[in-house]
Ligand binder design. Structure first.
Ligand code: FEO
Ligand code: CA
Ligand code: CA
Ligand code: CA
Length: 677
């Protein structure tokens, strides 16, 4: 059982005001320092980062767009430790790059090439800055730093061999020239949220992977309708350009693989990369303590735009549950329930990935359906469910096909289309699951019949309005909300009870239709994305990735003490359609926060997103990622630093050059107290 203990009063700090400064702000009494930025060396023989576009060796440097992040403690001998507080590994996602017109311009001297074919030398760097990194960190006399020559430092890039695991391993859908038996691929891509496991491994979610691939408009129709249905359902059309044009850089497999057209003459795809896209879109598992072990893609947990995967409070002789969101407009919330019952002895097993095989390759995938009464149902996505097996729009071959095309299976059962499910976190005491729903421009009270994606509000996604900012009138649900659910347990169909913990809103917005949680100036936020609970203090940390409220503040992180599902009230929103008809939508709003249950803790530099949270087990050190500062910079302005929209972290005294860099910051309290007190 988990316990949350703290002697100090939580949320005792003074809230940080909203800010548009190009700096990181934390409350008085706290210190935030940069420790690990794009390009920092991970090996003794790699030179310091010059940050002028001439650096090479990115497979031995920190990648770009630091995102989800987990802490793995090390004892004085460098061995795994669940109690270590001054030495550990940070396991990190490098989601994407700051790019414009194909090029990741900040890593190329002149901003890079925006026409096809892309130069191989540029693409090689771009392949390397995506993926994962593992870096040892230590605190000596209160100062945290990375250890450049640690044998545990590691990079996973788009060239790293990765194992396919679970139901789709060895399946016809996974056959490629690289792996004719469908058991391997290379790399993990657009990794966004993270998670950990009770047995000490890292989980990483592959999010917007589909945009990196290209399939020609005239691709061989003999591949059959199913692959086209799948391609379209994952947001891609034949003939659509890829994000970076990697497939254009040469004839080497490392470039050609991004072209998913049928080029070869084989029946099964073993002489080309027509199936390559099926090897991305998963939760991947890594043993950070053992760099010699291959990363595994856990296909049983479904293929979609993954964010985090948070596990239920482990209870002996009961199944474990992993919760997951699919972050795209109108997509779904999922959970994985293990077949094996939790054995606490597995928490300390030496072969961690073998334990992962046990819990993550055998189990059942479910999708959530919310109803208007404040309850919901988990629907099984298996061939045993006739609604899936007999789906008229896509004939599933087997369970592997369901996993690879999980979105289509969820469509079949009529799951609830959500306002972009991002991270989720499990409350360490109540076990309730908190999901951020970041925003949804396709939620509207006046759906255009021509636009099938536009949806009316419903109980779990109840808001649709026009953002008050006249300069960028965003419609739909521009500010997002945080939904939470409690498993009902018992026999029969698995069900849950839910409410909306918080609605993102501007403090000045109308309290009856928009600012339903009554947020004040010290609390208001928009577009929640990262969410994680401290296992030490129980605090809920909420991070934003906002486009709606950035005229008032850069992205931020808030600390919260949430209540419980059902602690608030039923509220009816009276939406008015264009023709004047009033459409009531009833929802369930959690108890309004007070100034001692929700406070802004951090505001980041310009054009950044705040994401990734991990802590030492004593709760006295936290690590947070500042993702893509200066993202709004134009490629054409690469030679003029005065035109960069951010110069962080150079302007905070970190590193050479003025090009903005994604980076990890470490936060401690000056009096040595727990973070958030
Ligand atoms: Fe990478 Fe859904 O945020
Ligand atoms: Ca995210
Ligand atoms: Ca986001
Ligand atoms: Ca981002």
């Amino acid at each position: 059982a988990q316990s949350v203990k703290t002697a100090q009063k939580l949320l005792g700090f003074k809230a940080v005001p909203k800010s548009r400064a190009d700096s990181v702000l934390v409350p008085a009494g706290y210190t935030a320092s940069v420790i690990y930025a794009l390009g920092d060396p991970l090996s003794a023989d790699i030179p310091a980062y010059k940050n002028d576009g001439t650096d090479m060796d990115f497979d031995k440097r920190a990648g770009d767009h630091h995102d989800g992040m987990e802490w793995f403690g090390l004892d004085a001998n460098g061995q795994p430790s669940t109690s270590a507080t001054t030495r550990g590994l940070l396991a990190m996602n490098h989601e994407a790059t700051t790019d414009e017109k194909l090029s990741s311009f900040f890593i190329h001297a002149d901003g890079g090439t925006s026409t096809l074919p892309r130069p191989a030398v540029e693409v090689d760097k771009e392949l390397a800055i995506h993926g994962l990194s593992f870096v040892e960190v230590r605190s000596e006399r209160g100062q945290w730093r990375t250890i450049q020559n640690s044998p545990l430092n590691r990079r996973v890039t788009q060239l790293t061999p990765v194992e396919i695991s679970g139901p789709a391993r060895g399946h016809a859908l996974m056959v490629t020239k690289y792996s004719p038996n469908g058991t391997k691929t290379r790399g993990t891509l657009n990794n966004c949220g993270t998670g950990s496991t009770p047995w000490g491994t890292m989980l990483s979610g592959e999010e917007n992977w589909y945009g990196y691939f290209n399939r020609s408009a005239n691709d061989d129709a003999a591949r059959g309708d199913k692959s086209v249905i799948a391609l379209n359902r994952y947001g891609r059309k034949q003939g659509e350009a890829s994000r970076h044009g990697w497939e254009s850089a040469g004839t080497d497999d490392k470039y050609v693989r991004w072209n998913n057209s049928k080029i070869g003459s084989s029946v099964d795809g073993s002489d080309d990369y027509r199936n390559e896209m099926n090897t991305f879109g998963y939760i991947v598992e890594v043993d950070p303590y053992n760099p010699t072990r291959m990363v595994k893609k856990r296909t049983g947990l479904g293929r979609f735009a993954h964010e985090s995967a948070a596990y239920s409070i482990p209870k002996a002789r009961q199944p474990l549950r992993f919760y997951m969101g699919d972050d795209a407009r109108n997509e779904y919330i999922y959970k994985w329930v293990t077949k094996e019952l939790w054995n606490p002895a597995d928490a300390t097993a030496a072969d961690r990935l073998a334990i992962g095989d046990k819990y993550l390759d055998h189990g059942t995938l479910y999708v959530a359906k919310f109803d208007a009464s404040g309850r919901g149902e988990w629907i099984e996505l298996t061939m045993d469910n006739p609604t899936v097996a007999n789906y008229s729009k896509y004939k599933f071959a087997d369970q592997a096909d369901i996993c690879v095309n999980a979105r289509l299976a969820a469509d079949a059962v009529g799951a609830t289309k959500m306002d972009r499910p991002e991270w989720n976190g499990v409350h360490p005491v109540t076990g309730e699951v908190y999901f951020t729903l970041t925003n949804n421009s396709n939620r509207t009270i006046n759906p255009d019949p021509e636009k099938k994606a536009q949806l009316m509000p419903d109980a779990a996604n109840p808001r649709a309005y026009t953002d008050m900012k006249k300069d960028k009138a965003q419609t739909g649900n521009p500010n997002g909300h945080i939904l939470r659910l409690r498993e009902n347990g018992g026999r029969g169909k698995p069900t849950f009870t839910w409410d909306v913990y918080l609605f993102g809103a501007e403090a000045i917005a109308d309290a009856k239709s928009i600012n339903l949680s009554g947020l004040t100036e010290d609390q208001d936020f928009s577009s929640p994305d990262g969410i994680a609970f401290s296992r030490r203090t129980g605090l809920c940390w909420i991070q934003t990735d906002d486009g709606a409220y950035t005229d008032a503040s850069n992205c931020m992180m808030l600390a919260a003490i949430p209540g419980r599902v059902g602690d608030g009230e039923k509220v009816t929103l009276n939406h008015t359609k264009a023709d004047g008809t009033v459409v009531p939508v009833t929802t369930f709003v959690g108890k309004k926060p007070t100034d001692m249950s929700l406070k802004r803790f951090l505001v980041g530099p310009k054009d950044c997103e705040i994401t990734g949270f991990c802590e030492t087990p004593d709760g006295k050190t936290i690590f947070v990622n500042i993702q893509h500062p200066g993202e709004g910079t134009k490629q054409a302005d690469i030679a003029d630093p005065s035109k960069y929209t951010s110069q962080w972290p150079a302007n905070a005294g970190y590193g050479a050059g003025k090009r903005p860099r994604s980076a990890t910051i470490v936060i401690t309290k000056n009096d040595g107290g727990v973070i958030g007190s």
